[in-house]
Design a protein around this ligand. Sequence first.
Ligand code: BG6
Length: 479
Amino acid sequence: MTQSAFPKDFLWGGATAANQFEGAYNSDGKGLSVQDVTPKGGVAMPGSSSPVITDQPTPDNLKLEGIDFYHRYKEDIALFAEMGFKVFRMSIAWSRIFPNGDDEQPNEAGLAFYDKIFDELAKYGIEPLVTLSHYETPLHLARAYNGWANRDLIGFYERYVRTVFTRYKDKVKYWLTFNEINSVLHAPFMSGGIVTDPEKLSKQDLYQAVHHELVASALATKIGHSINPDFKIGCMVLAMPAYAMTANPLDQLAVREFENQNYLFSDIHARGKYPNYIKRYFKENDITINFAPEDEELLKNTVDFISFSYYMSVAQAHNPEDYSTGRGNIMGGISNPYLESSEWGWQIDPIGLRLVLNAFYDRYQLPLFIVENGLGAKDVLVEGPNGPTVEDDYRIDYLQKHLVQVNEALKDGVELLGYTTWGPIDLVSASTAELSKRYGFIYVDRNDDGTGSLARYKKKSFDWYKKVIASNGEALYEA
Ligand code: BG6
């Protein structure tokens, strides 16, 4: 009996971000992005000290060379095609196109690079899914304007998206406006290019920056649809379901407050206006969003689909100080005693993915897209019958369990466009800037100290994912 409920045109694939794998940080006219000055150890985690924002790339920063996709894209895309990818999520590095962010004219060499990538993907019938801004604000916009805290960023972003929408209108159909747009509340520098020390950044300024990004996202949706009405433009949020630590109603209220902070972003993208619950939060925190006359109308340009990353869930309580908290993907929470954690302390919860899918679909009745999911783990390279490989059964186990829950959600009636695992090829971690936190089906020979040949090797999970795709999910149920 068939168990798979995946639709026949389901978009299977993998997801990346330019700053974490392209390398070539200053080639062919590219300007610096906020990632190029990221200190080793990363800056993403709440509470991590503010980086010293210089105009010089940090010398030991692994992101500068990444895994050199910039020069090895043909080999890498051929490997994705061999796995049977239908879609490939990638970002355009804004500072390849507008090196400073506020330039009048785009950099032709940067535009030509992405033409080559899209043409290579087309050769294999792989659909690109492009993130317009994935934690890589041009550094000059951070240093000279304080990033998204400044309304001028809307105009610079508009020029950039208009340029790439026009250039690639016949090559790209699926677009995401901002990666994990809700993360700016927790990582204002990495996510929003805001250089103000997080401890000194007022809630007023932070939510004003959020507003600028939300208006820019709606504007991009409007412009994109006018350039090509067939474009499918989505928002992208970091999804993290929360469970009440106890049946105490106060704990359930804590869950609601945590979830509202995240729903704020998808609600505005899907419904075209601020929800009422946030008005109370704004009032109680002395926040008054400064709306330009056009903003209310602009926000009404709602998205075609909702996309999200999902790695983990958390627990919440009204008295969090009484519990131990775990590490997590940008925003953390209380450790849930029912769940196990990854080597980096992220709590593994496949059922949470089914819950998130149902929650989003019930709320919006819009198509969904899982654009990140996966396990960051330390891999050991061993000699196999066909050369070096990794016996990554733990990764297969993680992905298999999550995909089974996706299948359950499909049976629940959720409409899902596709699924892209995070980092189908090993790349540099966003939060900790390490290479030893690996997600890929393809091992890349590069180490945390920067040594390594950059050679690519297929892991055991490579053949597993290939079978899952070829069987459209049926292989998930093979013993
Ligand atoms: C998401 C980001 O938060 O998680 C990615 O969109 C990131 O850029 C991914 O790489 C995994 O996180 P990390 O810190 O393990 O790389």
